[in-house]
Design a protein around this ligand. Structure first.
Ligand code: MTE
Ligand code: MO
Length: 386
């Protein structure tokens, strides 16, 4: 069948669906390193993984500005014609933390926990360099509005996975949109887009198109299912019982909102007291991240549902990121003194980004039937064992 030729996967990955393959890494393993090892990078496939011969592969570029026939470039052409660039980005799925949203009211989609995101160093060429080479530098002049990115993975009807990004994002050098051929200094693994992948820093996972086959410049958005019917926000009052619910689909998701989560300890996991120390300490760890390159300014942790807050320590690799181009996440950690005579701790985290955007304190006001964009304060419940 169509899934007979899937790649090998790391046995520690927590599988959300087998065909197509979807899995997230255990949180403790994910947060061990700033850059995620390739075999622990979360996997989100909508379709079987295609098997592409890098020596035969050519990426086609067409549409407005590319004449009747367009052009095609081999991987070798990309490497020899354009300057090599490196970008470290966190890719986050729109459905990260969907499982929590379902606890409020059932939503539809893969039940991701807190780790449908990972970070890698990508090597490739800027899409803006390629477009400039062919004379396309100003979208207003030629009437281009969207840049389509289409994969080579297809469903049984022949429909490919595809998406689009605003042309302003594609043309802006400072957005660093990449056509990548390497992930952490290795050829991109099949699950993550071999041989070529679009990397759109600061933008939702869904637009980081893997197995990239075609780029089309257009005056309209990509017309495929995952651009038009999915990866859009719905208002909280609309659900599948709403008549003609597709009418309420909002704009396609592009840059993501500010996010944070606790990865250690896990909710429900009992914390054993050492007893020998004067004060028992619990080390809490997690990540924060924001879309659009917005830096994380601060991560706040509360033990009393937000009455009082303590400031977490941010990872130096994260705080060293340039202003407005913080594509990678901000790992953080905080040592908490465990008060005497308690049998549990409820820990809450929230982050603030460089636009002073904050996270909503509860899920209710952002609940949506597709379970996307959950960035409410993350809360864990930790039983304390005396
Ligand atoms: N590109 C193709 N061609 N096919 C896909 O199924 N999934 C998208 C995106 N690009 C997808 C794709 C989604 S929804 C996400 S979250 C990311 O890839 C996941 O990237 P990863 O599997 O490398 O983590
Ligand atoms: Mo996704």
């Amino acid at each position: 069948g169509p899934y007979a030729n899937e790649p090998m996967r790391h046995p520690a990955m927590k599988i959300n669906s087998n065909q197509p393959f979807n899995a997230e890494p255990p949180p403790e393993l994910l947060m061990e390193t700033f850059i995620t090892p390739n075999d622990l990078f979360f996997i989100r496939n909508h379709l079987p993984v295609p098997d592409i011969d890098i020596n035969q592969h050519k990426i086609e570029i067409s549409g407005i500005g590319f004449g009747q026939d367009g052009i095609s470039l081999s991987v070798e052409d990309l490497k020899t014609t354009f300057k090599q660039r490196e970008v470290i980005t966190t890719i986050q799925c729109a459905g990260n933390r969907r499982a929590e949203m379902s606890q409020i009211k059932q939503v539809n989609g893969l039940s991701w926990d807190t780790t449908a995101l990972s970070t890698a160093k990508w090597t490739g060429v800027y899409l803006s360099d390629i477009l400039a080479f062919y004379g396309i530098v100003d979208e207003d002049e030629v009437g281009i509005k969207h840049c389509h990115l289409e994969g080579l993975d297809r469903d049984i009807t022949g429909q490919a996975y595809g998406a689009s990004i605003p042309i302003a994002t594609a043309l802006d050098k400072r957005k660093e949109v990449l056509i990548a051929y390497a992930m952490n200094d290795e050829p991109i693994p099949r699950d993550h887009g071999y041989p070529l992948r679009a990397i759109v820093p600061g933008t939702v996972g869904a637009r980081n198109v893997k197995f990239l086959g075609r780029i089309i410049l257009s005056d309209e958005e990509y017309q495929g299912f995952w651009q038009q019917k999915d990866y859009r926000g719905f208002p909280p009052n609309v659900d599948y019982s709403t008549q003609d619910f597709h009418r309420f689909a909002g704009a396609s998701i592009q840059e993501l909102p500010v996010q944070s989560a606790i990865t250690e300890p896990r909710t429900g996991q009992t914390w054993p007291l050492e007893g020998s120390e004067e004060v028992d300490v619990m080390t809490v760890k997690g990540y924060a991240w924001s879309g659009g390159g917005r830096n994380i300014l601060r991560v706040d942790v509360s033990l009393d549902n937000g009455q009082t807050w303590q400031e977490a320590t941010l990872a130096p690799e994260a705080t060293a990121q340039r202003y407005g181009r913080a594509w990678a996440w901000t790992p953080w950690t905080l040592d908490i003194d465990i008060p005497d005579d308690i049998d549990h701790l409820d820990v809450v985290v929230k982050a603030i980004d460089s636009s002073y955007n904050v996270q909503p304190d509860t899920i209710n006001p952002i609940w949506n039937m597709r379970g996307v964009l959950n960035n409410a304060w993350h809360r864990i419940h930790v039983p304390i064992q005396k």
